[in-house]
Design a protein around this ligand. Structure first.
Ligand code: ADP
Ligand code: ZN
Length: 438
């Protein structure tokens, strides 16, 4: 395996003394609050309603005085209501992939694009990227921020960029091999699919030059990481972001693989209790909230991501001093409530990746019979398992059923299905079909 080495793109910012950083954040927060108060009607009227003026926000500690923003605000203010810069200064529009069904757009000034590029560049460098590298961008290009976001970051380290966009797996693989691609970026579910397809094509991964991958845009687990690393013989790193804040690069993993470093000179993260909306201390599980500092086109204050995770402030062995985000457990809005129990697709993935004989591809189907919720989990068995006896299948089914019940806290009907019958996704995977009419 080619060795990826830790590079710190911007040591001055990434390894800054935390007190100095806090000072800087407070300064940039004051500027942002003033900017939105002066330029965005929604923020001004909400602050007036809350009885505060920009003078009340002096340091990061005053953040909790500010009202929250949420996805419906972007929809209500569509298209330009949240812009804090004149239209002529906006040089780019990006849009959400619409996972939750509401189209929204974000506007960027040239400075915003440069800052976003800096954020992703740090991620590429943290994965060992430099001008020696060939980076294949397999995230979709277009309004979705994944493709252009990684493209900008990889270009900025001086790498040779292969702008493949998503789709056509065999062509992706042929390019990767032919060009001697060293780094790849896509969703983790698609990385897994690429790895499996390489095997199916009878190719030897030793003939590829891959060393690292930057995977994000959907939740994944350490077990999936291990599989991808094994299939592709790379270091597989996580990257997080959302359109409303800028896109990928809000946080990124370093080679220590102990959570994603938040680019705290551009955003301030908070964790809140999603029910009481009160801020929670570091280490506790809750909903992530971001405030942008320095963003001009469409600043966001206390934006509720609906992503659940924990923050850890301890210094990382890589040398960076920025706060780290644990893996996202899921979104509050992809949480299923089944017979009163909160269930996340990521929990099912964890169960399946710890069982031999099944693939990590699954579909959760929820129905309501009378007044009772019924959960079925369709699980793909591996090719090897297909040759096995019926009783071996029954044992497997029972094992999955028991582990699901103990991990999720609800029973599910397990349906074993043939290899490659569950749909694969080039972008974000969709693992739930909810047929309940509530
Ligand atoms: P949409 O809301 O339409 O999916 P985006 O394309 O902006 O819009 O996706 C942002 C969301 O994608 C995040 O809020 C989060 O739920 C998910 N996401 C992005 N990166 C990661 C990651 N590394 N791990 C888990 N979830 C992620
Ligand atoms: Zn680190």
């Amino acid at each position: 395996m080619k060795q990826a080495i830790n590079r710190i793109w911007n040591p001055e910012m990434e390894c800054m003394d935390i007190d100095v950083r806090r000072e800087m954040q407070s300064q940039k927060l004051r500027e942002t609050v003033k900017r939105v108060y002066d330029n965005v009607e929604m923020y001004r009227s909400r602050m007036i309603d809350a009885g505060i003026t920009p003078d009340d926000i002096k340091t990061v500690d005053d953040l909790s005085k500010l009202p929250f923003t949420d996805k419906p605000d972007l929809r209500d203010q569509f298209p330009y209501g949240l812009f804090a810069s004149p239209r002529k200064d906006i040089v780019r529009i990006q849009g959400s992939s619409g996972t939750t069904g509401m189209p929204i757009v974000s506007g960027y000034t040239q400075q915003d694009i440069d800052d976003w590029t800096e954020m992703v560049t740090r991620s590429v460098a943290a994965a060992g990227g430099s001008d020696e590298d060939i980076v294949q961008v397999t995230y979709g290009y277009g309004l979705f921020t994944g493709g252009l976001g990684l493209h900008q970051g990889a270009s900025n380290v001086g790498a040779m960029v292969v702008p493949m966009s998503s789709g056509n797996t065999v062509r992706q693989i042929n390019m990767m091999k032919g060009l001697g691609v060293t780094m790849i970026g896509c969703t983790p579910s698609y990385a897994l699919h690429i790895g499996e397809t390489i095997r199916e094509m009878g190719l030897d991964i030793k003939d590829f030059k891959l060393k690292a991958g930057i995977f994000g845009a959907e939740p994944w687990s350490d077990n999936i990481r291990n599989r991808i690393e094994d299939l592709l013989q790379i270091d597989a790193l996580d990257i997080y972001g959302l359109t409303e804040i800028c896109g990928p690069g809000v946080s990124f993993e370093c080679l220590e693989k102990v959570g994603m470093h938040v680019n705290e000179d551009f955003v301030i993260p908070e964790i809140i209790d999603p029910d009481t909306l009160q801020p929670l201390p570091y280490g506790e599980l809750g909903e992530l909230v971001f405030s942008t500092i320095g963003k001009q086109g469409m600043p966001m204050l206390r934006y509720r991501t609906h992503d659940l995770c924990r923050l850890h402030p301890e210094k990382c062995a890589c040398g960076r001093t920025t706060v780290r985000m644990e893996r996202i457990i899921g979104r509050t809005d992809d949480m299923l409530i089944i017979r009163g129990v909160n269930v996340f697709p990521s929990q099912v993935e964890t169960v399946l990746t710890n069982i031999r004989g099944v693939s990590p591809h699954f579909l959760m189907v929820v129905d309501r019979e009378g007044s009772t919720d019924r959960l079925e989990i369709q699980v793909e068995v591996t090719e090897e398992m297909m040759g096995d006896t019926i009783s071996a299948m029954q044992v497997l089914q029972k094992e999955i059923g028991e582990k699901v019940k103990s991990t999720l806290g609800v029973a599910a009907r397990i349906k074993l299905v043939d290899p490659k019958t569950i749909p694969r996704f080039e972008g974000k995977a969709r693992r739930v079909t909810d047929n309940r009419i509530l």
